[in-house]
Ligand binder design. Structure first.
Ligand SMILES: [Cu+2]
Length: 473
């Protein structure tokens, strides 16, 4: 890590820092009442501001470097503001004078600073807050513009400090505050560039080359895969109005922020004052933000995604908002019918027009071989390439006790779909698997492939078993 350090710049900054130290009394905020900022870790936000006057807000933020879990079995040395990624949420009001103390923990290997996009002034506070390990810096600024702003470390190499987790949000509330809502959440997207690929286990160092080419291994919400899924999902009740403070730390990618199953009633575009209505997907630039608001009308799990969709299903950009309460069948009916569809002319199409006629597997070996294609096309998006699933969202098929203890049960899962709580290898899942429309032969093939892959303990499912099960429904 020390090799990326730039001693020349460090010295220059230290030198300029000594010139920048101002006596605190030059700031004319001494008459304002003093408050200490409430800081929260995502997905929590500090309470709304109800006062009608400005204060001197004292913010104490600590930079600390620490190892955390980026994904199951994957560790990463995060550089943090406040011990979390994203960093602590800061909430102030327009007109407030903020007395900012940046404290760099003595265990840090790096100097750090902070550039708050809410600051009007050189570097957003960066030079004045440059802080060596075991030191503390102080500077003050006045919150002139309301809005939702990103802050980040701006110490060289800047990209690396951001890539390691040094970003967060500061909200400057307008006079009179934001409209009241029932639930507020802090959601921040960012990417991680690791030496090993997605899911490679162990402590993963930062990969500068991947960061420069902008091809991340991970794209996540709130600092880690699964930070907002399963037991970590955010929750609301039917009828609630929800506001999400959405940030994008980057360092490189722009987010196409979307919530599957909802429409944003209002979007504060780019975190500013212009409000757009009835939005499906909103762009959140790197180093930018948006505030989205919507009312949840029906129960179910809403999926928070970056609609650059491979990031969601292959790099971790998936969160959940679980909505509890009563169904409203007028707003959403659920599936009403599933009947056989025969197109006009009656002929059932076969693939023989564009390719070879479907062949029946002659033995188990062929069944496994044919099953692999079917798996890749129909299952892999959710259950993943090696059947490992996605923690909190899609259960594993590799080593799944649910599957392996009763393989025939999977036939029904594919024919009817599956929803409601199930337990796989001691972990609860409460998602929805849609029914697949595949022939008896193909269902037999894909399940036989699954049973004979990734160290599963073998077995064969025959088309006539599938036909028998289909006959029962
Ligand atoms: Cu830093």
């Amino acid at each position: 890590m020390i090799t990326v350090f730039e001693p020349v710049r460090f010295c220059t900054l230290l030198f300029s820092m000594s010139l920048l130290i101002q006596p605190a009394s030059t700031m004319a905020e001494s008459k304002l009442p003093v408050e200490n900022a409430v800081l929260t870790a995502a997905p929590q936000v500090p309470p709304p501001i109800t006062r009608d006057h400005a204060v001197k807000m004292v913010v104490n933020l600590e930079t600390i470097e620490k190892v955390g879990m980026l994904s199951d079995g994957v560790e990463y040395t995060y550089w943090t503001f406040g011990g979390t990624v994203p960093g602590s949420f800061i909430r102030v009001r327009v007109g407030d004078s903020i007395e900012f103390h940046l404290n760099n923990h003595p265990s840090s290997k790096m100097p750090h600073n902070i550039d708050l996009h809410a600051v009007t002034g050189p570097g957003g506070g960066a030079a004045s807050s440059f802080t060596a390990p075991g030191h503390s810096s102080q500077f003050s600024f006045k919150a002139l513009n309301p809005g939702l702003y990103v802050y980040h470390c701006a110490t060289a190499p800047v990209g690396m400090h951001i890539a390691n987790g040094m970003y967060g949000l500061i909200l400057v509330e307008p006079e009179g505050g934001l409209p009241k809502v029932d639930k507020e959440f802090y959601v921040m997207q960012s990417e991680f560039y690791t030496k090993g690929g997605y899911g490679a286990e162990g402590l993963q160092p930062f990969d500068m080359a991947k960061a420069i080419t902008e091809i991340p291994d991970y794209v996540v919400f709130n600092g880690a895969v699964g930070a907002m899924t399963g037991d970590n999902a955010i929750t609301a009740e039917v009828g609630d109005t929800v506001r999400m403070f959405v940030g994008n730390g980057g360092p490189n990618l722009v987010s196409s922020f979307h919530v599957i199953g909802e429409i944003f009633d209002s979007v504060y575009i780019e975190g500013g004052s212009a409000i757009n209505h009835n939005v499906q997907t909103t762009l959140v630039p790197a180093g930018g933000s948006a505030m989205v608001e919507f009312k949840v009308e029906v129960p179910g799990t809403l999926i928070v995604v970056d609609h650059s969709i491979f990031r969601t299903f292959n790099k971790g950009a998936l969160g959940m908002l679980k909505v509890n309460g009563k169904e409203d069948l007028l707003v959403y009916s659920g599936k009403q019918h599933d009947t056989v569809y025969l197109p006009e002319g009656g002929g059932i199409q076969t693939i023989s027009e564009s390719g070879p006629a479907p062949i029946e597997a002659r033995d188990k070996k062929e069944r496994i071989l044919f099953g692999q294609r079917i798996y890749e096309q129909n299952c892999q998006a959710c259950h993943q390439e090696k059947g490992q699933g996605i923690p909190g969202a899609f259960p594993p098929l590799a080593g799944s006790d649910y599957l392996l203890s009763k393989p025939e049960r999977a036939i029904g899962v594919l024919l009817k779909g599956l929803s409601g709580k199930i337990t796989v290898n001691g972990t609860d899942y409460n998602g929805v698997m849609p029914a697949v429309s595949l022939s008896d032969e193909k269902i037999a093939n894909v399940l036989t492939y699954v049973l004979n892959s990734w160290n599963n303990n073998g077995g064969e499912i025959m088309p006539k078993q599938v036909a028998g099960e289909r006959g029962k429904h």
